[in-house]
Design a protein. Structure first.
Length: 388
């Protein structure tokens, strides 16, 4: 598949796209290049578009059910791409990964009990805990020689006072792809403290070809481990607006506990278009994804090379995800000043690092999922703003 597929600019302003049409509300101006919210500017794989169009031709959009072919497509995908054989009965289809974080807090921790997160981390990890009345326990990642590492000794300390760990793997926003020995250490700690682990693996398919492979936590776990894994095709095929994901939970009691939380709110109805896109992506999206990864790797390398030549900002080149974590602390700005600089001097709309927790102070998150032309323009604007 040609990179021209991803060079093509798809006009998104005026389509109701949060990334473009919420700029005024979020940044105070719509005159910024939007490189923030984590969806991509690329057209969804043609196989998904065709499947949706075919489904739309049927004139009745009534209550629907998930076909067995959907489950099979998902199981085939993870077996072939990740060497992970998922049992059919372990799958629970749910509205999204963020709702799954909330459900896990409700199912596996009581009011006021501790839930561990590893900041800087995706903001809904915080809100899922706080909004369900659980207690946030921070186990911050450690930045060592330009690479984020787990603080396992501190994780052990936190685990003694916790019921649940929300693990982000690959990690958003720092882009780490956790290695098997790191996952083994997490599982050992969880086992010692009877800790349930929910692994958010929504970026599992987005690991760069020149980097490490993603290892599903479930491949390192034993039957005694308390584990649930959240996966979805939404990031892989750029369909996050369709809102369907899966939880893989081998233990029946934990699987039922999670399902009860969704049943309680009556939010498990099947959307016929979500189901269609979910199955089509996992069944036919492989070639598109492979081409995408090459394109994103080029974007990643572009950002790292360009920023290496300018003072004040260091890009952490991600091993996975399409998100670049920019260390801007050498600019000497506080977080409010850093946000103003990017908006008003560079003309860029990025995610402030502080929104990922205190450990993100002085950082910004940049979305690589756009055309080379738009990314180059953004880097030119940033270099000019730094020079001035």
């Amino acid at each position: 598949m040609s990179t021209a597929t991803f060079d093509s600019v798809v006009p998104r302003a005026g389509s109701g796209a949060v990334k473009y049409d919420a700029r005024k509300a979020v940044f105070g101006t719509d005159q910024v290049i939007p490189l923030w919210v984590a969806d991509m500017d690329f057209a969804t794989p043609a196989a998904i578009t065709r499947a949706l169009a075919q489904r739309a031709e049927h004139p009745v959009y009534g209550y629907s059910m998930f076909p067995e072919s959907l489950y099979q497509a998902m199981m085939d995908w993870f077996r072939e791409r990740h060497q992970w054989s998922i049992e059919r009965e372990s799958i629970v289809l749910v509205p999204g990964v963020v709702p799954s974080l909330h459900a896990a807090c409700l199912a596996f921790a009581g009011p006021g009990e501790g839930v561990i997160i590893q900041p800087p981390v995706y903001p809904p990890f915080y809100s899922a805990i706080e909004q369900t009345g659980r207690r946030v326990l921070e186990n911050p990642l450690q930045l060592q020689d330009g690479c984020y590492q787990l603080d396992l000794a501190h994780l052990e300390h936190c685990a003694a006072d916790a019921r649940l760990l929300l693990l982000c793997s690959p990690h958003n926003p720092v882009g780490r792809v956790w290695q098997p020995e790191e996952l083994d250490a997490i599982l050992a700690i969880a086992r010692r403290h009877q800790l349930v682990v929910l692994a958010d693996e929504i970026h599992a398919d987005l690991v760069f070809p020149d980097s490490h492979r993603h290892t599903p936590l479930a491949l390192r776990a034993g039957a005694e481990d308390a584990l649930a894994t959240a996966v979805a095709p939404s990031k892989s095929f750029n369909i996050p607006g369709l809102g369907l994901s899966a939880l893989v939970v081998p233990d029946r009691d934990r699987r039922q506990a999670l399902a009860r939380e969704f049943d309680r709110l009556h939010v498990r109805h099947c959307n016929p278009f979500s189901a269609t896109a979910f199955e089509a992506g996992y069944r036919h999206g492989g070639p598109w994804l492979d081409a995408l990864l090459g394109y994103l790797q080029g974007n990643r390398d572009r950002v790292c090379e360009r920023l290496a030549a300018v003072p004040g900002i260091t890009a952490h080149c991600p091993q996975g995800t399409y998100l670049s974590w920019l260390d801007c602390r050498d600019l000497g700005l506080d977080d409010a000043g850093l946000k103003r600089f990017f908006i008003h001097q560079a003309g860029l709309g990025l995610n402030p690092g502080r929104s990922f927790g205190a450990a993100g102070s002085g950082f910004m998150r940049l979305n690589l999922g756009t055309s080379w032309a738009q990314l180059d323009q953004a880097l030119d604007q940033l270099a000019a703003a730094l020079a001035s």
